[in-house]
Design a protein. Structure first.
Length: 553
């Protein structure tokens, strides 16, 4: 007998909310609202929603919405169905067999009985009709369960299915439906005993899984072991899977999404359906440039039209209509009026370029409208590129900078670009650096410039900027002019960095006793009498500096 963990039955319909970092679920929307407003995406029209056989306008604790943004479920949001209350899915994974009451206890589903090869209970069955606009129907989902990992390959094979019926289908299930919840490239249904960690559980036997598919253990790459997970309660779940079916456009189909416990009524399981992923689109087109956006620059970047279709069983003849304010052949290269995608090809790309006419025209548009000539009536898609004039690149450096290298000062150099097209590359003259911003500390005054090249291959060389190496003057106030070789000279530190300097020395009565232009630290006042003198040093860069000089012998 299976060990069952029964939690108290929840009274009424509750909205389950979790703390930050967990899966969040909410059961306050009706099945009809969930399907029409959350699950359905482009190209499908929904009608006749029911849940467990009841009208879709009634709330039910077994169906709700989820927010998986802060979880590891792999889907950001969508619709959830559970064999118990949807609150059971909220993490953390702190219970090896979580079960929350509120399921349709005792009720089975005949289609799921066939898939599980067992009696099923606690069914959660969502059904509705839909009309596809294209020739395919797809949606994305994740299946999770508390049966993992102990009951892998046991008779408690909780099961689910996506049963589609309508024109073109002749399957073994009710309404001649076909199950499209299958493992990729197989006809094997997705279930506990088909997608798991590849090892029988404590209460399982490998022969049980092998009876469904001898290759069951090779499908473990579709399984995620959630033991100890912080955001989702289920012990394990599949990776994000995609269900796909070929349909006939504008025809009415019936879809039954069902999950149930197998063999008992405990250890809940659930199915997550991605929001907006139920779609029927025959063809899509994207417009992108080599710059990664939809902005095309004359004479510069290449643009690409990317055509994508969901299936590739037959050849596709794609007719192309060209619109917009730009003129083909004058503003940009020719685009064909039709492309053919052969069988097996899901995507094709057209590339073209715009001409540099150096005429100011403002922003122009190029719009492609595409449709299948052998497909559903009105099935089309459009994409637009924006064509702009090339604005010539100009690179400027800041003004000259004065630094004192001896004091450890440095200069920061970087260009300011106008025009051009990003990204830019940089080559600095005399500097082995290709970054936009460089730091320099030359030993002497040095000139710099940079060559900037944009994404279009156009370059501009900046004006020269000069880094002037000049340290402040350090002027002594005492000279012992006794010819002993120590402090005999009026030595002005850093005077050599100001070759245009002028030096003047006066006595106490204001008479000029010494002067020099381009002073080079070569004067000793040994002929002067002891006393206090007055000096003026003009470095021709800053304001003149004056002070008192004491001469001793």
């Amino acid at each position: 007998m299976k060990r069952i963990y029964l939690l108290p039955l929840l009274m009424g319909v509750l909205a389950f909310q979790s703390v930050h970092g967990q899966l969040q679920v909410d059961s306050t929307q009706t099945p009809t609202d969930l399907v029409q407003n959350l699950l359905a995406g482009p190209g499908v029209q929904i009608s006749n929603v029911t849940f467990n056989g009841a009208p879709g306008n009634a709330l039910n604790a077994q169906i709700g919405s989820f927010n998986g943004t802060n979880s590891n479920i792999g889907l950001n949001s969508g619709l959830i169905l559970c064999t118990g209350d949807v609150g059971v899915a909220v993490g953390p994974n702190n219970n090896g067999g979580a079960t929350i009451g509120g399921g349709f206890l005792g009720a089975s589903d005949p289609d799921l009985d066939v898939l599980a090869n067992n009696n099923t209970n606690d069914r959660a069955v969502l059904e509705f009709d839909f009309v596809p606009a294209g020739n395919t129907i797809t949606f994305r989902y994740v299946f999770g369960s508390e049966e993992y990992n102990e009951y892998v390959c046991s008779g408690f094979n909780d099961v689910f299915g996506f049963f589609i019926s309508g024109p073109g289908f002749n399957g073994p299930f009710q309404l001649q439906a076909v199950n499209i919840a299958i493992i990729p490239n197989t006809n094997t249904p997705v279930a506990i005993n088909t997608i798991n960690n590849g090892t029988p559980g404590t209460f399982g036997n490998a022969a049980t899984c092998a009876a469904i598919d001898p290759n069951w253990f090779t499908y473990s790459n579709y399984f995620f072991d959630n033991t100890g997970g912080s955001s989702v309660q289920f012990d394990g779940f599949t990776v994000v899977m995609t269900a796909t079916a070929q349909v006939q456009c504008n025809q009415t189909y019936h879809l039954k999404i069902a999950v149930a416990d197998a063999g008992d009524t405990g250890l809940d399981s659930g199915v997550f359906l991605e929001a907006g992923s139920l779609v029927s689109e025959e063809l899509s087109i994207d417009a992108i440039t080599s710059s990664g956006d939809s902005l095309m620059i004359e004479g510069c970047n290449t643009a690409f039209w990317i055509f994508t279709r969901p299936t590739a069983a037959d050849s596709a003849f794609i007719d192309i209509g060209i619109f917009g304010t730009a003129t083909m052949g004058t503003d940009y290269s020719n685009i064909p009026s039709q492309i053919i995608m052969p069988p097996g090809v899901l995507s094709d790309t057209l590339s073209f370029s715009a001409f540099a006419d150096f005429i100011t025209e403002g922003t122009e548009t190029i719009t492609l409208a595409i449709y299948f000539s052998n497909s559903c009536s009105g099935d089309s898609a459009t994409a637009t590129l924006f064509l702009i004039d090339y604005d010539s690149l100009k690179a400027d450096l800041f003004q000259d900078t004065v630094i004192c290298t001896a004091s450890g000062e440095t200069a920061l150099l970087y260009p300011v670009m106008t025009g051009g097209a990003a990204p830019f590359s940089f080559v600095w003259a005399g500097i082995p650096d290709t970054t936009e911003t460089v730091t320099v500390n030359p030993p002497s005054t040095t000139q710099y410039f940079v060559t900037v090249t944009d994404a279009c291959g156009f370059s501009d060389i900046s004006d020269t900027v000069t880094v002037i190496v000049q340290c402040p003057l350090i002027i002594p106030n005492v000279v012992s002019a006794n010819d002993d070789g120590a402090n005999d000279i009026f030595f002005i530190t850093n005077i050599d960095q100001y070759p245009e300097n002028e030096v003047y020395v006066y006595n106490r009565w204001g008479w000029l006793v010494y002067s020099a232009k381009g002073y080079q630290n070569d004067w000793t006042p040994s002929h002067l009498v002891e006393g206090v003198y007055f000096y003026v040093v003009d470095n021709k860069v800053d304001k003149p500096v004056s002070g008192f000089l004491h001469v001793f012998k």
